[in-house]
Write a protein that binds this ligand. Structure first.
Ligand SMILES: [Zn+2]
Length: 407
C-alpha cells in the first residue's frame, strides 16, 4: 500500500512521475517532417509551412504553427503534404497548435496541388483556446493540406507568360529582385500610353483571395481591351489612352517560404512605402518613377489584399483625388451592376503608415484603393465580382473629363 507520508512513498511517486514523462510524446526538434508509423507529413515544397510536431498515436499527431518572426499579424499559414504509408490507413487527426495565435483559415485540400477544395466543417474542430483538429484521409497518393489554395511563384510565372503570349504588345518585365534574388515580374500592357493604372498583389503571402481577385480583374481588363475598338467610342478611347502596370506578386520569398506576412528582411512590405528599405517596394517605386520621368502619368493604383471581410479602403473627404470622388462612383457603379460580393466602402484618412495606398495617393494625388477580399469568400463569386468591378472601373474612367481626353 502507498504510504504517502513516508520517504519510500515519495520516492515511488517521483519514479512514477519520471516514467510518465519518459512516455509523453516529445516535440520533434526537426521541422517540416512528421511520421506516425502509418502517416507522414512533409513540408518539402514551395509555400509549405510546418513547425515542430509530436506523434500521439498511429492516426494522431500535433503540429505547431509558428510565424517567420514576431511581432506579426495573426495570419497563421500552414501547408504540408500528408501521405499514408500503407493502404486502408483511414483517417489522420492533426491538431494544429497555434500557441498565442488562433485558427483562422479553413483548411484547403488538394490531391494534385492544382484543384483545391475547403474541408467541410465536419472535418475541423476548433477548441476554445483557438487550436484546431483537422481530420483528413490522405491515402498513399498523398493529400496537400494548406491554409488557403497554394498559389505559388510558378503559378504567377505561368499566368504572366500566358497573358504576354495573348497580348504581344504587352511588355513582360523583371522590375527587380527580392531579398533572396527571386525575380519580381510584371506585365506592362500598352506601355506607350499617356496614363497608367497600377495593379499590385501579394505583399502579404497568405492573402490568396486577393490574389484570385487580381487575376480575374486583370483578365477581364485585357479581354475588354481586345474588343474595345471594334467600334469607336469612350471605351476605345480609354484603352488607347491607358496602360496597365501589373505586378501581381511582390513578396515571392514570403510566398515560397509560407510566411504569414513579412518578406525575408522581416519587414511588412505594406508598411515600407515611404521608408523603402526593401528591394520589393523599391522595385515598384522605381518602375513608377521611371514612367513619370518620361512624362507619362500614373492615373490610379489598386492594391489587392485579403482580410476577415470584403472591404475597399479609399481616401477620405480630406484627401481629394483626381479624378474627384472616383472611388465612390466606381464602387457605386459596381454595386448597381450586381456585384455579387458585398464590399464595405471604407474611407480612411491619409497617414504615414507606409501603405501602398497612402504612398501613391500622397505622391501622385491619384485614387489609390486597397481592394480586400474576405478570407473565405466564395471563389466563383470573387471571379464574378472582379469582372464587374473591372467593368465599372473602365466605365467610370471612360466618362472622365469629356472632351479633354489625352488622345
Ligand atoms: Zn494584406
Amino acid at each position: 500500500m502507498w504510504i504517502l507520508g513516508s520517504s519510500a512513498g515519495r520516492a515511488l511517486l517521483f519514479a512514477a512521475a519520471l516514467a510518465a514523462l519518459a512516455f509523453a510524446p516529445a516535440w520533434s526538434a526537426q521541422q517540416g517532417h512528421c511520421a506516425t508509423g502509418l502517416f507522414t507529413l512533409r513540408a518539402d515544397f514551395p509555400g509549405a509551412r510546418l513547425g515542430p510536431c509530436r506523434t500521439i498515436g498511429l492516426r494522431e499527431l500535433e503540429v505547431r504553427i509558428e510565424p517567420e518572426d514576431e511581432p506579426i499579424n495573426p495570419s497563421p499559414w500552414y501547408g504540408f503534404h500528408a501521405h499514408a504509408t500503407e493502404p486502408g490507413a483511414g483517417t489522420l487527426s492533426i491538431r494544429l497548435r497555434y500557441g498565442p495565435y488562433e485558427h483562422r483559415y479553413t483548411p484547403k485540400t488538394s490531391a494534385d496541388g492544382a484543384v483545391w477544395r475547403a474541408l467541410p466543417a465536419s472535418a475541423v474542430t476548433v477548441s476554445d483556446e483557438g487550436d484546431a483538429v483537422v481530420r483528413v484521409q490522405p491515402g498513399q497518393g498523398g493529400l496537400f493540406v494548406s491554409a488557403q489554395e497554394n498559389i505559388g511563384n510558378d503559378r504567377y510565372e505561368a499566368w504572366l507568360n500566358a497573358l504576354a503570349k495573348d497580348h504581344p504588345d504587352a511588355r513582360l518585365m523583371e522590375i527587380g529582385r527580392s531579398v533572396e534574388g527571386r525575380p519580381i515580374r510584371a506585365l506592362h500592357v500598352n506601355p506607350e500610353a499617356p496614363r497608367h493604372l497600377l495593379l499590385l498583389g501579394r505583399q502579404h503571402p497568405p492573402e490568396v483571395t486577393g490574389a484570385l481577385a487580381l487575376m480575374s480583374f486583370v483578365e477581364r481588363l485585357l479581354a475588354m481591351r481586345r474588343k474595345a475598338c471594334t467600334q469607336p467610342g469612350p471605351t476605345c478611347a480609354f484603352f488607347k489612352g491607358h496602360g496597365f502596370m501589373v505586378a501581381p506578386n511582390l513578396n515571392p520569398d514570403g510566398v515560397a517560404r509560407g510566411h504569414w506576412r513579412h518578406n525575408v528582411g522581416g519587414v511588412d512590405l505594406n508598411r515600407d512605402w515611404g521608408p523603402f528599405t526593401q528591394p520589393e517596394t523599391q522595385a515598384v517605386r522605381d518602375w513608377v518613377d521611371d514612367l513619370e520621368a518620361t512624362g507619362q502619368r500614373l492615373a490610379l493604383a489598386l492594391d489587392f489584399h485579403s482580410t476577415y471581410r470584403n472591404v475597399f479602403y479609399v481616401q477620405d473627404a480630406d484627401s481629394p483625388t483626381e479624378p474627384p470622388d472616383f472611388a465612390r462612383r466606381w464602387s457605386t457603379r459596381a454595386t448597381a451592376a450586381g456585384n455579387p460580393v458585398p464590399f464595405e466602402y471604407a474611407p480612411r484618412p491619409l497617414t504615414d503608415l507606409g501603405t501602398a495606398k497612402n504612398y501613391f495617393h500622397a505622391r501622385f494625388g491619384v485614387p489609390s484603393i486597397t481592394y480586400e477580399l474576405a478570407d473565405e469568400e466564395d471563389r466563383a463569386a470573387i471571379a464574378a465580382s472582379a469582372a464587374i468591378t473591372a467593368d465599372a472601373l473602365v466605365a467610370t474612367l471612360s466618362e472622365e473629363r469629356p472632351g479633354s481626353s489625352p488622345l
